[in-house]
Design a protein around this ligand. Structure first.
Ligand SMILES: Nc1nc2c(c(=O)[nH]1)N[C@H]1C(S)=C(S)[C@@H](COP(=O)(O)O)O[C@H]1N2
Ligand SMILES: [Mo]
Length: 534
């Protein structure tokens, strides 16, 4: 604490802390807004917020990622941005107080912060040449605004008796309408408002310039050379509130590390296959579209899905077998893994032999349920591999396949404590009755889904309270690569009940009973749903 502050009456100290905090917050809002606007103009994926968010996502320990997913589900990214904003504003208030006490110190902190984020921006995968500009501009604008606002704030506490240089206090309690005080409030308010407007303008500009959306909408997918079989009659159970056996794109779960969805113009897209290959192969969009494309049904699942969770969805994919592209590149004998890489640096390690199997629809997908891939699901091209969790197989915005070895390269999640290989585990889930919906005694139907992609489901059993395990009826499966719906009638009696389910696969293996967390290679356990019948 400075001498002036310590001799000033408490009210004045409080007033100056308040105006310092206000100056800090207002300049931070202005700087952040300018940063977003500059980013929208020169480097859309390098706005200060997306850089900090991206770094936090990549550096966060995997327990934090699990916690974020279980707390906020697919709103985890919004939660992260709100969290960053709160921390930034709190820190900015402190920086403002600092600046009032020691001129230049707060401004220096803002400028340094901008410079640090600018450097981080340049280290991000896919960073453009001007990636540093938005954050540096944000830092300098915030620093300049803080200098000016702190100057005004100082005058409010120095006035009106110019004789008392060491703070005046009591005659200027907060809310006192002194002209210098009013001037400070007007400028602080104007800075914050300008920051908000700049952020809104930046967002609007970016939305308007999303020409990729227009390109995507204008796209017509080629007809498949091999069409997927139709969904068999009865695969979708006709029950009120039942899960869709084909997940609509709009409600398909989304999991990725991309705070800003990569915007790739198909005209600029290409995929390079390199590494332990006899011949490097590069393929562009037009070339990919001209190949005989195949449709297949595959249920994607996330390794982070807890027992009973909903990070799973089923779609009809259109794409080209990766096996045939690998045949062109001719992997060498020592290779045992393909490290796929997306434009934003995410990587997944997929066993080479899985991608080479000719009975598995491991594809480079361009279509999802008869549409081009939605931007957040990997437009223009992603991988889909039946039977493996998404983190080791389903790379979105994919631009590179490096043929390598498991003992030579690690994928994104492998370096964060997850298993290098991730075959999907046999699981079943209760969807009806819906969690938390009470219902009246009488005849009802318990129903759900079960999956063991690329193996298939043979049986689902249901147990109520301590009763016997009863076999549910299985709806026809679309294929062994998809989930299947099951149902069983139940005469519900009043009271609390526990419903449990378990599946058996086509190899006769029973779903693992022991409860295990998703990390490191997928959750296990039998789901139990507690219901109130009244
Ligand atoms: N580029 C990229 N691809 C990615 C990821 C990612 O973080 N980045 N996440 C993977 C994970 S963990 C899963 S579960 C699936 C989810 O695919 P979806 O979002 O289309 O459902 O994408 C995979 N592909
Ligand atoms: Mo995942």
């Amino acid at each position: 604490m400075t001498r002036e502050a310590s001799v000033a009456p408490p009210v004045a100290a409080k007033a100056s802390a308040l105006s310092g905090a206000a100056a800090g917050v207002a300049s931070a809002v202005l700087g952040a807004g300018v940063g977003e606007l500059v980013a929208a103009m020169v480097a859309p994926s390098s706005s200060p917020f997306s850089v900090v968010g991206g770094v936090l996502i990549d550096r966060a320990p995997s327990w934090a990622k699990d916690a974020a997913i279980s707390l906020f589900g697919t709103a985890d990214k919004l939660a992260l941005l709100v969290g960053i904003a709160i921390v930034l504003l709190a820190a900015a208030a402190g920086v403002g107080v600092l600046e009032l006490r020691r001129p230049w110190s707060g401004a220096a902190v803002f400028a340094a912060l901008g410079a640090v984020v600018a450097v981080l921006a340049m280290t991000r995968a896919g960073a453009s040449g001007l990636a540093w500009l938005p954050s540096l501009a944000a830092g300098l604008v915030a620093a300049t605004a803080l200098r000016l606002l702190a100057g005004l704030a100082r005058r409010t506490t120095d006035a009106p008796s110019p004789a008392s240089a060491a703070g005046d206090g009591v005659d200027h309690a907060p809310g006192d309408e002194h002209p210098s005080r009013r001037r400070f409030l007007v400028w602080a308010g104007a800075s914050a408002a300008a920051g908000v407007l700049a952020a809104i303008a930046g967002t609007a500009l970016q939305a308007g310039s999303r020409s990729i959306d227009a390109v995507r909408r204008a796209l017509r997918l080629p007809a498949p050379a091999v069409a997927a079989p139709p969904v068999p009659a009865g695969a979708q159970l006709d029950l009120v509130g039942m899960t869709h056996v084909v997940t609509p794109n709009a409600s398909f779960y989304r999991i990725d590390t991309a705070l800003v969805v990569p915007q790739i113009d198909p005209a600029d897209w290409s995929l390079r296959i390199h590494g332990l290959v006899e011949r490097e192969v590069e393929i562009g969009w037009d070339e990919l579209l001209a190949l005989p494309l195949e449709e297949s049904w595959t249920t994607l699942a996330c390794v982070s899905n807890p027992v009973g969770g909903d990070l799973i969805g089923n779609a009809k994919w259109l794409g080209y077998p990766i096996r045939l592209l690998l045949e062109r590149a001719r992997p060498t004998a020592e290779a045992d893994m393909v490290l796929s890489r997306s434009i934003d640096g995410f990587t997944a390690s997929t066993p080479l032999e899985v991608l080479q199997e000719d009975t598995r629809d491991a594809i480079l997908a361009i279509g999802m349920n008869d549409e081009p891939l939605p931007p957040e699901h990997g437009f223009p091209v992603r991988m889909v591999v039946p039977g493996l969790y998404g983190y080791v197989s389903a790379t979105k915005w994919v631009t590179e396949l490096e043929v390598t070895r498991f003992d030579r390269a690690d994928a994104y999640w492998t370096t964060r404590g997850w298993s290098a290989k991730g075959p999907i585990k046999l699981q079943s889930r209760i969807d009806l009755p819906r969690r938390g919906h009470g219902f009246a005694p009488g005849d009802t139907t318990i129903a759900g889904v079960a999956w063991h992609q690329h193996v298939g489901i043979a049986k689902v059993e249901v147990q109520i309270d301590d009763g016997p395990w009863r076999e549910a009826s299985l709806a026809p499966a679309i294929s062994d690569d998809t989930w299947v719906q099951w149902s069983i009638p139940w005469k519900a009696e009043a009271g609390s009940h526990a419903i449990r389910c378990r599946a058996t696969n086509t190899k006769g293996e029973l779903q693992i009973e022991t409860d295990a967390w998703p990390a490191p290679d997928g959750a296990t356990g039998w789901q139990q749903l507690n219901v109130e019948v009244a």
